[in-house]
Design a protein around this ligand. Structure first.
Ligand code: MTE
Length: 322
């Protein structure tokens, strides 16, 4: 990422964690009470199997099942996860997306599925959401900038969508693309990276049960700054693989381009698996700071998901394929 300070270790704690850290508990309680009041007042509440496409960010999702996948680590307070974001279409400062994505139009929303599939189509989110029941997955999320969060995402396995569209034998990779609308994203022109934001996965990565397509978090539809209404979450990779606000999914034979790899190929590879043994050219990846915490913790290979995913990379030199 284009970090203005020379390394994340030099960012003062007060900047990484807004002063809300000491207020967060009180705000969280206020929010919970407010959510309860909204429910009592009949504000929109969606069963998990219904689409939130007509819903605003922050609409309660009900009927979401708890998944057996995920960590039981302490969840990062909502305030941190929604006020310290990377979403370069809405600014390069971490606090900007929460403010500048406020009026981002996320409804109606369609996703074009193209390329090497038997069923190419433009699907609306309602159709996609009927594919599989929504699950809550509490995942560690490790940003390449050496901070991390633990988030209760709501979504369904990416493989459910892959199976629905019936990839042909030629489909070796899946490419993803974010909406790019300069009218809604006027600050994007200062971001210094190409848009639309694009990402990709190898087919076997896309089929892995840990990879999810995500429509919500903390019991509600996604806030705009976190990638509403529909994003990817791949927990064993650095956060930049988890592309937000997806409008296109393309199945193809060739490895697709990935935004950060295009922007600075010597710093960001295609695979982007969390690897404490491969430093970023400008900083170490050995440890990370969890937002809201003071002490750093050790970064784990594949972000702690090695036992589930390392076999995908058997025989590969992960120092070269970073
Ligand atoms: N997707 C788009 N479209 N644009 C972005 O700038 N940033 C990535 C990823 N997805 C980004 C994106 C990076 S660098 C990270 S760390 C995560 O989103 C951050 O997700 P979060 O804001 O939900 O924590």
């Amino acid at each position: 990422m284009l970090i203005k300070k020379s390394s994340p270790w030099e960012i003062p704690y007060s900047e990484i964690t807004p002063q809300s850290v000491y207020l967060s508990r009180r705000r969280f309680l206020t929010r919970t009470v407010a959510a309860g009041a909204a429910l009592a007042a009949g504000r929109a509440v969606l069963p998990g199997w219904l689409s939130p496409t007509g819903a605003q960010a922050g609409t309660k999702l009900t009927g979401v099942t708890k998944s057996s996948y995920g960590t039981d680590e302490k969840i990062t307070p909502y305030e941190h996860v929604t006020n310290y974001n990377n979403f370069y279409e809405f600014g390069t400062d971490k606090e900007q997306p929460a403010k500048l994505a406020k009026d981002f139009k996320t409804s109606p929303w369609t996703v074009a599925v193209e390329g090497e599939v038997a069923k190419p189509a433009v699907y609306d989110l309602d159709t996609i959401l009927k594919l599989a029941p929504l699950e809550e997955r509490i995942y560690r999320h490790r940003c390449v900038e050496a901070w991390s969060i633990v988030v209760p995402w709501i979504g369904f396995p990416l493989h459910a969508l892959v199976k629905m569209v019936e990839p042909t034998a030629k489909a070796k990779f899946v490419a993803f693309q974010t909406l790019f609308d300069p009218k809604q994203m006027p600050v994007a022109r200062h971001a210094g990276i190409p848009f639309p934001y694009v990402e990709g996965l190898r087919m076997d990565e896309a089929m892995h049960p840990l990879a999810i397509l995500c429509v919500g978090m903390y019991g509600e539809t996604l806030p705009n700054q976190n990638g509403a209404p529909f994003r990817l979450v791949v927990p064993w990779k650095y956060g930049f693989k988890s592309i937000k606000s997806i409008v296109k999914i393309r199945f193809q034979e060739k490895q697709p381009p990935a935004t950060w790899n295009l922007a600075t190929p010597n710093e960001y590879g295609f695979y982007s698996n969390v690897n404490p043994d491969v430093d970023h050219p400008r900083w170490s990846q050995k440890s990370e700071r969890r937002l809201g915490e003071f002490l750093k913790r050790k970064t784990l290979p594949f972000n702690g998901y090695a036992s589930q995913v390392s076999q995908l990379y058997a025989g590969m030199d992960l120092r070269k394929n970073y």
